[in-house]
Write a protein that binds this ligand. Structure first.
Ligand SMILES: [Zn+2]
Length: 81
């Protein structure tokens, strides 16, 4: 079992129970729940709005991925999960 830490609440969970956001190495695009062929720096979040909100509030995604995070990504995450 692969375990990852949610950047919103800091709890370690099974990777399959977390949203994965990857900054692609090749063209810097942010991919949500991409397949294993996508390589790059990733952050993980629980499937709940409070973790998504917390991560954005603390700029965790920006800090971990070392890239500016577009506002629409937050909306997308909140809408989809
Ligand atoms: Zn969480």
């Amino acid at each position: 079992m692969v375990e990852r830490k949610c950047v919103g609440c800091g709890i370690i969970k099974n990777r399959d129970d977390l949203i994965k956001i990857t900054k692609q190495k090749t063209h810097q695009d942010l991919v949500i729940n991409g397949d294993s062929k996508i390589f790059g720096r990733s952050v993980y979040l629980c499937y709940n709005n409070s973790c998504i909100e917390a991560a954005f509030k603390k700029n965790k995604l920006q800090k971990t991925l070392k890239t500016p995070i577009p506002q629409e990504l937050k909306g997308k995450l909140l809408n989809e999960f």
